[in-house]
Design a protein around this ligand. Structure first.
Ligand SMILES: [Zn+2]
Length: 504
């Protein structure tokens, strides 16, 4: 074709190669919308994952229950090759068997508190005085045996302020547009986090050596919300530790004020935690819808979310929501019998919360070594990986993860969902969850833009992360859009374009 004419046609849009190739099959999109929006089972998956299976901390019995349920449910949906696949060694599981704590004097008050993950137990039922100390190893060493048998609380300058911002917000059009002009996100420093953890660990070990009966720590959060954490090296056995509770800020600060005013505060408590050592391996749930195109079926479109959670609630928004949506995606595709050209593979990861261990292990086993960038043959066969892990909020678009070539494709794929509020492809990257494991090894890995519905303000890693926080219409919308993206990726003549590989 004559060069100038081609240019003119491209400019006027009458011959746009991207649009020509990328317009999704309207008939299939219509079917996906009907199944996903009108016959959804997403809340049923979420109910099983949260209320029925319970908290799903890495290698805990709750996670085992959820993994087994997910494998069986995916089998029932008609997926092939549904199984638990070990990704490597995690170490010890842990769960709470009992947690009772109340103030006994100067008057009775039941306390909102939860054990830190992998913390120890009290020596049966205890009743003891609370001692206010500085969180400082020198101070603790000086106090020595005075702390034996006591309950320890750390001094703090924290004062609660009223909350003037809403817990749940939805992106405005302007905010969505602005996402593009924000600088790319930097990775958080693993060394910094490791240093903080090491300091905390030294402090807690010292308290154990001084034979304290129980340690109280100020929970992040207010309004009775306790954002949980762990003082431990997760699955590793790093020696005996005392029972440690994160106490809701309102209750914690009251105890601190009473002690500072010279009043004696006594608590009674019974905290029993259990370490699980029978199987140190970690597992991912894997299942497939086999491809039907003789040439393309060896290629794979992956989708996933992490199945593990923290322990103080049932991990509904983090991340039963993502798992329920991804399971619903494969249910929709299977129920409609869409016969994808490429194979579709769902993965529900474990130990994401401790640092993406499940997905990193899977990537190392299948695709290559990120430290050397020595790739395995399977790496070339994965077209894309789609992830969901930012709560219950509806999808407003997708992060293209700085993949310039993929952006116009996603723009086209979002068009049938503009009416549902999903309009935006941003080049911006986003981090902190399992698509990074794929992005790091050169496989296009994506996470969707989600409305911030009570996520970082209320539910993320907190005792408030329950089924009640899930918004059914948002999850239905998410499953519908992800199903369409996964299907489009499976049908495309080419795999999705990749960013240039970063050689090490
Ligand atoms: Zn998460």
């Amino acid at each position: 074709m004559y060069k100038k004419l081609l240019l003119a046609l491209l400019i006027t849009g009458s011959l746009n190669p991207v649009i020509a190739q990328e317009t999704p099959d309207a008939n299939v999109i219509q079917q996906i919308r009907r199944e996903g929006l009108e016959h959804s089972k997403v809340m049923e998956h979420a109910f099983w994952l949260t209320d029925v299976n319970g908290p799903r901390l890495a290698n805990s019995p709750g996670l085992k229950r959820a993994e087994e349920w997910a494998v069986n449910t995916l089998k029932t949906m008609g997926l092939q090759n549904a199984h638990l696949e070990p990704w490597g060694e995690f170490g010890r599981g842990w769960e709470i068997e009992r947690c009772y704590v109340a103030m006994k004097s100067p008057y009775y008050q039941a306390l909102i508190a939860t054990p830190k993950a992998w913390s120890g137990s009290t020596n049966g039922e205890i009743k003891a005085e609370v001692v206010l100390i500085k969180a400082d190893t020198t101070v603790i060493k000086q106090m020595g045996s005075k702390l034996a048998g006591k309950i320890v609380i750390f001094d703090t300058k924290t004062q609660l302020e009223p909350n003037y911002t809403p817990d749940a917000t939805r992106f405005t059009d302007q905010e969505l547009k602005r996402l593009d002009s924000l600088p790319p996100l930097k990775k958080s420093s693993a060394e910094y986090i490791a240093r903080i953890r090491a300091t905390q660990k030294r402090l807690t070990q010292l308290l154990y050596e001084q034979k304290v009966a129980l340690v109280l720590d100020l929970a992040r959060g207010d309004d009775g919300t306790v954002f949980t954490s762990s003082p431990r090296a997760f699955g590793l056995d790093d020696g005996p530790m005392p029972a440690e509770l994160e106490v809701s800020s309102e209750h914690y600060l009251r105890i601190v004020r009473l002690i500072k005013s010279g009043r004696k505060v006594e608590l009674e408590a019974d905290v029993r935690t259990k370490f699980i050592t029978d199987d140190p391996k970690g597992y991912n749930v894997i299942a497939e819808i086999p491809g039907t195109d003789p040439k393309l079926k060896k290629e794979v479109v992956m989708l996933g979310a992490h199945l593990d959670s923290w322990h103080a609630a049932t991990g509904a928004t983090d991340n039963a929501a993502g798992c329920a949506v991804m399971m619903e995606v494969v249910r929709i595709i299977k129920t409609l019998d869409l016969k994808p050209r490429r194979t579709i593979r769902i993965a529900l990861w474990s130990s994401e919360e401790e640092g993406l261990w499940g997905s990193k292990g899977y990537v190392a086993n299948h695709f290559g070594d990120v430290t050397t960038m020595k790739l395995k043959p399977e790496q070339a066969n994965i077209s894309a990986y789609y992830n969901l892990d930012n709560g219950t909020g509806r999808l407003r678009g997708i992060f293209a993860q700085q993949n310039v070539a993929v952006r116009p494709i996603f723009d086209e794929w979002l068009k049938p969902f503009h009416d549902l509020g999903a309009t935006t492809t941003t080049l911006r990257n986003t981090g902190s969850t399992d698509h990074i494991s794929f992005d790091d090894i050169g496989i296009p890995g994506f996470q969707f833009i989600q409305d911030r519905v009570e996520y970082f303000s209320r539910t993320h890693h907190s005792n408030q992360d329950t089924y009640d926080r899930l918004v059914a219409d948002d999850l239905k919308q998410a499953a519908t859009i992800v199903a369409s993206f996964v299907y489009n990726t499976a049908q495309r003549d080419q795999k999705l374009p990749r960013k240039p590989l970063i050689k090490k």
